[in-house]
Design a protein around this ligand. Sequence first.
Ligand code: F6R
Length: 360
Amino acid sequence: GKGEYDHFMLKEIHEQPTSLAQAIEGRIDTRNDRIALSDFEPGTFDDVESVQFVACGTSYHAALYGSLGLNQAGVRSTALLANEYSVSAPPVDDDTLVIAVTQSGETADTLNALRQATAEGARTLTVTNVVGSTAAREADDALFIRAGPEIGVAATKTFSSQAVMLTLLCQRIAADRQGEPPADLESLLPAVESMPSALDEVLDSSDAAAIARQYDDSQSYFFIGRGLGFPVALEGALKFKEITYEHAEGFASGELKHGPLALVTPDTPVFAIFTGQEDEKTLKNAEEAQTRGAPVVAVCPDEHAAVAVADEHLAIPDTNAKLAGLLANVQLQLVSYHAADLLDRPIDKPRNLAKSVTVE
Ligand code: F6R
């Protein structure tokens, strides 16, 4: 049941320190810095030339998070919407690893892409929450995120676990492929181990309810981020529209000036996500929106330069740049939750949506 919580979504948001601890349990070997993920034998990914991620919805945002991280670690990769794969998949061969990211393991679009990749000779792997799911049975390999059942239609804890497990997986792929661990692996692994306590900190002291109230009569909600903050901006907007039924959009922060700025007014709060990847540029983009009257909510650590500029601040603990966006995402989950609660929406079962989309 929901226990002390009004909704499963809020319960599942608060489960994240535990579900993430479960995900990483026994999988990180800090003594042997070649091994960022003990599920796979050393050398498993030696001959992977490039990686294609396929996924839908929130899982696509986790896939994009993984793909950007893999590119930053020096391995060619791309994140593709599974429902577009049949019309526009880039060519694959047996050095291509196709990773299907799917919480349920039953999403028809994602299974179709997985099957197409298999038929074309790619090697496949799935990152999923459900042992025994179709994706787990059909892919060559599976990495389970161990998040436990998620009842709320809006994915929360499973996104966080997917993104962290993909971050570890991508470090492993890069290490195997390049014959040596990526440069910052030594600092990343302890930061991953501290994630459960960092998540606790966010959940214990979040101002998200007050921020949701402050902007509850806005016309539209924008989310911007750069680098690993970009998939978090997309996810922040998806969650917001899904459960509040209000208009929300996520952008790469540098894209605002290429069109979306035309929509910016005092009625369009901009949530700016700072992850430590070219933050000065994101701050400049946020200020461009602020100049047009938009209130800016900075999601960043207390000591960050954005705090002095922004109208409001949602605090996250200082951490590795590969993980900061995931702490920011939890603040945004809470903003969406409280905004939907103020509007009295059926948070766990938004209209027109199903937990598992088994049709094309
Ligand atoms: C949004 C959400 C959906 C799913 C998508 C893929 O909160 O839950 O966007 O992420 O339908 O589902 P899975 O991950 O089961 O393939």
